[in-house]
Write a protein that binds this ligand. Structure first.
Ligand SMILES: C[S@@+](CC[C@H](N)C(=O)[O-])C[C@H]1O[C@@H](n2cnc3c(N)ncnc32)[C@H](O)[C@@H]1O
Length: 524
C-alpha cells in the first residue's frame, strides 16, 4: 500500500516524516544545519539574505475577483476522481539523491539560460500567464517573492470562502495555485459543501483539554468504536516545500503571517490558539512556530487536475483541530489525507473509552523503545511518557523482542521469490504480534499478508476472510479508495484468479516454489 506521509515539525526546527502505516522518516533538527547529515535543509541553502529579491505584489486588483463574496466555483473539465493511496515516505538517502539531481538540473538550466536568453523569456511569459490565471481563480492573491536570479515566484493565495467560509491560504507558485484551484475540492459544489459539513462535525465525539505533561490534547467525549470517524478537517495554511529553495526564511515568515491574516476570524483564532511548543516573542514568530510544531506533510500527487508530467509538490500543512492530538507510541487513532476534499481524516484504530486521550504517532513505531525515545527527543524535544516507553525494563525488553520478530517475519512475507520461507502461519503470527504490541493501525498489513499466504497455498476461505479484514482495517488508515483496496477486493471476490493463488505451491517437477513478478503493492 502506498500510504500517506506527514511531516510534523518541532518548534525548534525538527522535522520528521511518516506515513499512515507509522513508517516514519526523521529528518531531525533541520534548522540551519544538516542534522545527522541526512536531510539537506532548504533553509540552509542560502546564507546571504541579500540574494533574495524583494517582495513584489501580484497583478492589480482589477485583474482578480478581489474579496469575492460569491462562492468562487470554477468550471472544470476534471474527470471523475479516483482517490489513490498516498505517497510512501521516501527513504532519506533517496530524498538527498533527488535534491542532488535537482541541484544539477538547476545548474544545467542556468547554463542553458546564460547561453540562450530565449528559454528564460518564454518561461517568464508562462509564469506571468499562470499568475494572471491564478489571480482570477483565487479571491485573494497577494505578496510574491523569489530569488532575483530566477523566474520562479512564490505568492500568497487565499480563499476565504473555501469550506463554507472557513477559508484556506496556500503559499506556492502561480502554476501550482492554478492546479489546486481546479481540483475537485474547489470546483465541485457538493464536495465543497461537504468540506463545510466535515468541519462542522466537531462534535460530541471529542473535546480539547489539558493533558498532564503534554499541554493540550484531544479527549474522547464518549465511547468510540474501532473504525469510528473522529474528524475531517480542512487546512488553514499550506506552505510549498520548495519555497525555501527560492525565498529567504525571513520572507517566508512574513508571507505566512500575511497569509494567516487572510483567513476568516473564526479559523484564524483556532490556528492562533495552537501550540508553539515553547513560546514566541512576536506575532510573526508565533505563526512560524505554530506551523513548525503542527504541520503535516501533504503531497499534491493525487490531485487529478495536475498537468501530466508536472512535478509533485509537497506542502507543510496545518489542519488545526487534528494538530491537537499528542503522540503515543501505541496510539488509538490514525489519519489520512483526502485530496478530493482537501481534508485530513481521523479514525479510531481501536475502541476508545469516554475520557481517554485520542492519540496518533509522530514517529516510526517498529523501533526499539530507546530508539523511539531518542527520535522524539531529537526531533520534538519532549521525553515520551506513554505507557510503552515507561514500562519496567523486563516489559520493555519483551516489547523490543516482539518488534524484532515482527521485522524478521515481514522480511519473509515480502519475499516473493522461490526461495521464500513464508507460510500462512507466519502471517498469523504477525497478526498476533501486532495485537500484542497494540499496533492496531498496522494490523491490515498483517491481514493482507495472511490473505496472500493462505491463497498462495490454495486455502481460499481463509484467504477471503483475511482479505475482508484487511479491507476493513485499511479503510481506517488509508481511506476507502486506497490502491490496496481494489487488489484485496479482487482477491476476496475471486481468489482463484488472483495472482497469489497457489503461488507458494511446490512445483513437483522442479521442486521449487513459484515466484511472482507482480506482488501486491503493500509498501510497509
Ligand atoms: C502537534 S502539538 C500537539 C498538541 C499540543 N499538546 C497542544 O497543546 O496544542 C505537538 C506538541 O505537543 C507536545 N506533545 C505531543 N505529544 C507529547 C508527548 N507524548 N509527551 C509530551 N509532550 C507531547 C509537544 O510539546 C509537542 O511539541
Amino acid at each position: 500500500m502506498k500510504s500517506q506521509q506527514i511531516l510534523l515539525a518541532c518548534a525548534t526546527g525538527g522535522v520528521a516524516a511518516k506515513n499512515s502505516l507509522g513508517y516514519m522518516v526523521d529528518y531531525g533538527r533541520c534548522q540551519w544545519e544538516n542534522f545527522l547529515g541526512n536531510f539537506e535543509n532548504p533553509f540552509c541553502e542560502y546564507d546571504d539574505p541579500s540574494a533574495f529579491a524583494q517582495v513584489s505584489v501580484a497583478e492589480p486588483k482589477s485583474e482578480r475577483t478581489a474579496h469575492a463574496v460569491e462562492t468562487p466555483f470554477i468550471s472544470s473539465d476534471a474527470q471523475p476522481v479516483k482517490v489513490a493511496a498516498q505517497k510512501p515516505a521516501e527513504p532519506v538517502v533517496e530524498k538527498n539523491k533527488v535534491k542532488e539531481e535537482k541541484g544539477k538540473e538547476k545548474e544545467a538550466k542556468e547554463e542553458e539560460g546564460a547561453a540562450d536568453p530565449k528559454p528564460r523569456k518564454a518561461e517568464a511569459l508562462k509564469i506571468k500567464n499562470d499568475k494572471l490565471i491564478a489571480n482570477e481563480l483565487w479571491p485573494i492573491s497577494s505578496t510574491c517573492a523569489g530569488h532575483h536570479n530566477e523566474t520562479e515566484e512564490f505568492c500568497i493565495f487565499s480563499n476565504p470562502n473555501f469550506a463554507g467560509g472557513r477559508g484556506i491560504t496556500i503559499l506556492t507558485t502561480p502554476a501550482e495555485a492554478v492546479t489546486i484551484a481546479k481540483s475537485p475540492a474547489f470546483t465541485e459544489r457538493d464536495l465543497y459543501k461537504s468540506v463545510k459539513d466535515f468541519n462542522a462535525a466537531a462534535s460530541d465525539k471529542w473535546h480539547v483539554e489539558e493533558v498532564p505533561n503534554k499541554g493540550m490534547g484531544l479527549v474522547a467525549s464518549r465511547n468510540l468504536a474501532m473504525g469510528d470517524h473522529i474528524m475531517s478537517v480542512s487546512a488553514a495554511i499550506m506552505t510549498d516545500f520548495d519555497i525555501w529553495d527560492h525565498v529567504s526564511v525571513d520572507q517566508v515568515r512574513r508571507m505566512q503571517t500575511e497569509g494567516i491574516s487572510h483567513l476568516p476570524k473564526h479559523h484564524r483564532d483556532i490556528f492562533m490558539n495552537l501550540s508553539t511548543h515553547d513560546g514566541a516573542d512576536s506575532h510573526e514568530e508565533q505563526i512560524y512556530k505554530i506551523i513548525l510544531t503542527n504541520a503535516f506533510d501533504i503531497s499534491d500527487e493525487e490531485i487529478i487536475t495536475r498537468p501530466k508530467g508536472a512535478k509533485i509538490v509537497n506542502f507543510f500543512t496545518v489542519f488545526p483541530e487534528v494538530s491537537r492530538m499528542n503522540h503515543d507510541c501505541r496510539p488509538n487513532a490514525h489519519y489520512y489525507w483526502d485530496p478530493d476534499t482537501f481534508t485530513q481524516n481521523v479514525f479510531a484504530t481501536r475502541d476508545i473509552l469516554a475520557g481517554e486521550e485520542i492519540t496518533i504517532t509522530y514517529v516510526e513505531l517498529l523501533l526499539p523503545r530507546d530508539d523511539r525515545l531518542a527520535r522524539l527527543d531529537e526531533t520534538w524535544h519532549f521525553p515520551c511518557a506513554c505507557t510503552a516507553c515507561t514500562q519496567v525494563d523486563r516489559i520493555v525488553k519483551a516489547s523490543d523482542d516482539r518488534i524484532a520478530q515482527i521485522l524478521d517475519l515481514q522480511g519473509h512475507l515480502t519475499d516473493y521469490t522461490g526461495d521464500s520461507y513464508a507460510t500462512p502461519e507466519m502471517a498469523e503470527t504477525l497478526v498476533s504480534l501486532y495485537e500484542q504490541e497494540r499496533l492496531y493501525s498496522r494490523l491490515y498489513e498483517a491481514y493482507t499478508y495472511a490473505a496472500i499466504e493462505f491463497n498462495a497455498v490454495g486455502k481460499v476461505w481463509e484467504a477471503i476472510k483475511y482479505a475482508r479484514l484487511a479491507i476493513q482495517h485499511s479503510f481506517v488508515v488509508a481511506g476507502p479508495n486506497n490502491d490496496d483496496h481494489y487488489e484485496l477486493a479482487a482477491l476476496a471476490e475471486n481468489p482463484t484468479t488472483h495472482w497469489s493463488h497457489l503461488m507458494r505451491r511446490k512445483d513437483e517437477s522442479e521442486s521449487v516454489y513459484r515466484s511472482v513478478s507482480n506482488p501486491i503493492t503493500t509498501s510497509i
